[in-house]
Design a protein. Structure first.
Length: 287
């Protein structure tokens, strides 16, 4: 009988597991599917608005193919939308292929600000505070998962992004967004929390729903929100709610500043009373 040592039996490798396919991200065009069969829904108008919203600061000019990919609309649908927008003066293509929005588009935003009591009332209040305190102030409302600026004054560039009326920022990591989330009815808040994606813009950005809930509870208890470098390194901001007569937080007003120059203590002691006074003054226009 051989006394040679037995060779070790190699372990059986587990069967290879095929990687799970990435879930395709819903395109803007796919959001229209829920309206299929609604006789009152104007699909052509909705497609035109999707094309308009595809233009951004990062993509101010695009071809029909690029717009088709970005929106999820067919090339033929994009072409018809651009044809109509061009004929009406809202878009155009200098070289015949790369389209961009035209200045006439500003008339749409002007119509909103001129007809919106809150927006028109807020601007002079913000300008008065900026003149007195030499700081940048804004007013915003909640739109879906973002805040939208409806009034703004800026004495200096405090962010790398160029903020203006109509700019959008994520709600979960901004002081104004958290104010508006904190005062949402519970059902609306739970709906938001169930679908929000907590993108880490900086190492300080809130990264769990539990931490976000804690922030929102503290905001309701304190009546203000401070966001410290969560959206952009070096940016610190303070916000308070603007309440309607029914007690609903319909908007928020904030102060933004450089974190090295403006401490949390400065915000709480020097600037918070000014913001609260401005919010009270603004709420009068909602009566």
């Amino acid at each position: 009988m051989s006394l040679a040592p037995r060779r070790p039996v190699p372990p059986i490798a587990p069967p290879a597991t095929a990687p799970l396919p990435d879930t395709p991200k819903a395109s803007p065009a796919s959001t229209l599917d829920v309206f299929t069969g609604d006789p009152n829904f104007m699909t052509s108008l909705a497609r035109g608005l999707i094309v308009i919203q595809a233009f951004t600061q990062q993509s101010p000019q695009m071809t029909i193919s690029q717009l088709s990919i970005k929106t999820g609309l067919s090339r033929a649908a994009v072409r018809r939308c651009l044809y109509t927008l061009t004929k009406l003066g809202f878009a155009g293509a200098e070289d015949g292929s790369r389209y961009s929005l035209r200045p006439r588009m500003l008339t749409l935003s002007h119509t909103y600000t001129a007809s919106n009591t809150l927006s028109s009332a807020a601007q002079p209040i913000l300008e008065r505070m900026s003149a007195a305190l030499r700081e940048s102030f804004s007013v915003a409302t909640l739109d879906g998962e973002d805040i939208v600026y409806i009034a703004r004054t800026s004495v200096s560039r405090v962010m790398s992004v160029d903020l203006h009326i109509g700019s959008r920022l994520p709600a979960y990591c901004t002081s104004m967004g958290r104010i508006l989330l904190a005062y949402l009815p519970s059902e609306q808040l739970e709906s938001y929390l169930a679908k929000v994606e907590l993108i880490p813009y900086t190492t300080r950005t809130v990264n769990t729903i539990e931490k976000l809930r804690l922030h929102l509870r503290n905001i309701r208890r304190n009546g203000y929100s401070i966001c410290d470098q969560e959206y952009e390194v070096g940016l610190r901001s303070l916000a308070v709610p603007v309440f309607s007569p029914a007690g609903r937080a319909v908007a928020t007003i904030n102060l933004s500043g450089n974190a090295q120059r403006m401490s949390v203590m400065d915000m709480q002691t020097r600037y918070l009373p000014h913001l609260r006074n401005a919010a009270s003054e603004l709420s009068v226009f909602l009566r």
